[in-house]
Design a protein around this ligand. Structure first.
Ligand code: FE2
Length: 317
C-alpha cells in the first residue's frame, strides 16, 4: 500500500545565480531544457525552463542575483490538500511565508510557501497550467523531467526528522560510513525511491539536482553532450545501489552540481519496504558497475557547494 500524503510530487527547483547568461545558455543549449517564459523580478531577469518530457509548466526557474536556492516546489493534488497542509503546518509552528493564494508567476496555480527547519523556502501548489509534453524519442539526449533535489545540512538528523514530521516524507535508504556515521537519507513522497535527499555537510547548500533521462542510451548520450560542452564531470558514469539509478554529475557554470540519471527504482508497496543502511566504503554501494571515478573525500567535497544565502529570506518571486 502507499501512504496517503498531502504532497504528491516534486515540481521544480528555483535557483538564483550571479552569472545568469552563462547559466541560461548552459541549461538550454547543453543540458536540454527549454525556456518557456522570461520575466523581470526585483531588477533581475528570471527564466522558466521546462523538460520536454514533463507536463509541469517548468521544472527549473533561474533568477539573476546572489547565488542561492530560491525555493524547492512540490505539487499537491487538490486545493483542499493545499489548505489542509497549510493549516497543519501553521498549527505546528512552521514559519509561513504566505498563505494559500493564486500564484502569479508563469504557470499560475494555487499554493503557499513556508520555511523548512533550516530556512529553505518550500512551495506547495496545485492547479498549475500543465503543458503538452511529448515522449522523448529513442537516442534523444533530453531530460524527461526533474527527478530529485538533494540538499546539504549541518544537522542531518534534525532536518530529516522535520521532513518526516511535517511533510510525511519517509526514508527509503541511508548511506553511512563507520567513521562518520549517517551521511545521506534518501526521502520519498510517492512511489519514486527518492524525490528528495538530505546530506550531511558543513553548511546548508544545494548538493545536487537530478534530471531523469529516457533510458541508459539517452542518459549516456546526454552525458557525452555535456562532456563535449566542456563542463566537468565530477563523478560518474555509474549506477548507485541506493535507488538503483544511474548517475553522472557535472558542475554547471554557477558551480552547482547537476545530475543526469535514469531507471530510478520505485517503491510500490511501502508496507513491505525495509530501508537499508548502505556503507559508502563498500565500492559496490556507490558504483555497482565500477565505471565511475573513485569516490574520495575530495570528490565528496565538490558537493558541499557555497553556503546557501537564501535561508529564512523568501525569494522576490
Ligand atoms: Fe542524485
Amino acid at each position: 500500500m502507499m501512504t496517503q500524503r498531502l504532497i504528491s510530487h516534486l515540481r521544480y527547483l528555483a535557483l538564483s545565480v550571479p552569472n545568469f547568461d552563462e547559466e541560461r545558455e548552459f541549461l538550454t543549449t547543453y543540458w536540454g531544457l527549454t525556456e518557456v517564459s522570461t520575466a523581470i523580478a526585483d531588477g533581475g531577469r528570471v527564466s522558466y525552463l521546462t523538460a520536454e518530457g514533463s507536463p509541469e509548466p517548468f521544472v527549473v526557474r533561474v533568477r539573476e542575483g546572489d547565488k542561492r536556492i530560491d525555493l524547492i516546489a512540490y505539487g499537491a493534488l487538490t486545493r483542499e490538500d493545499v489548505e489542509t497542509l497549510h493549516a497543519r503546518l501553521a498549527g505546528e509552528g512552521v514559519e509561513i511565508v504566505h498563505a494559500p493564494r493564486d500564484l502569479d508567476q508563469y504557470g499560475g496555480g494555487y499554493g503557499f510557501r513556508f520555511f523548512d527547519v533550516d530556512g529553505r523556502t518550500i512551495e506547495v501548489s496545485t492547479d498549475v497550467e500543465l503543458r503538452e509534453n511529448r515522449r522523448i524519442q529513442p537516442r534523444e539526449p533530453l531530460p524527461v523531467k526533474l527527478s530529485h533535489v538533494v540538499v546539504n545540512t549541518p544537522d542531518l538528523e534534525r532536518t530529516t526528522q522535520w521532513y518526516i514530521d511535517h511533510l510525511d516524507f519517509a526514508i527509503s535508504d541511508t548511506l553511512f560510513s563507520a567513521r562518520m556515521g549517517d551521511l545521506m537519507h534518501f526521502m520519498r513522497c510517492n512511489n519514486a525511491h527518492h524525490s528528495f535527499a538530505i546530506a550531511q555537510g558543513p553548511h546548508c547548500s544545494l548538493h545536487h539536482a537530478s534530471f531523469e533521462m529516457r533510458g541508459v542510451e539517452e542518459w549516456m548520450r546526454g552525458a557525452g553532450k555535456i562532456l563535449r560542452s566542456g563542463a566537468r564531470m565530477v563523478w560518474g558514469p555509474g549506477r548507485h545501489n541506493a535507488g538503483d539509478n544511474t548517475f553522472a554529475y557535472f558542475l554547471d557554470p554557477a558551480g552547482n552540481t547537476l545530475e543526469y540519471t535514469t531507471e530510478l527504482a520505485t517503491i510500490d508497496d511501502e508496507d513491505h519496504w525495509h530501508p537499508s543502511k548502505l556503507d559508502v566504503n563498500l565500492v559496490t554501494t556507490q558504483d555497482q558497475w565500477g565505471t565511475a571515478n573513485e569516490m574520495s573525500e575530495l570528490v565528496a567535497r565538490e558537493s558541499f557547494n557555497d553556503v546557501d544565502r537564501g535561508l529564512f529570506v523568501a525569494p522576490p518571486v
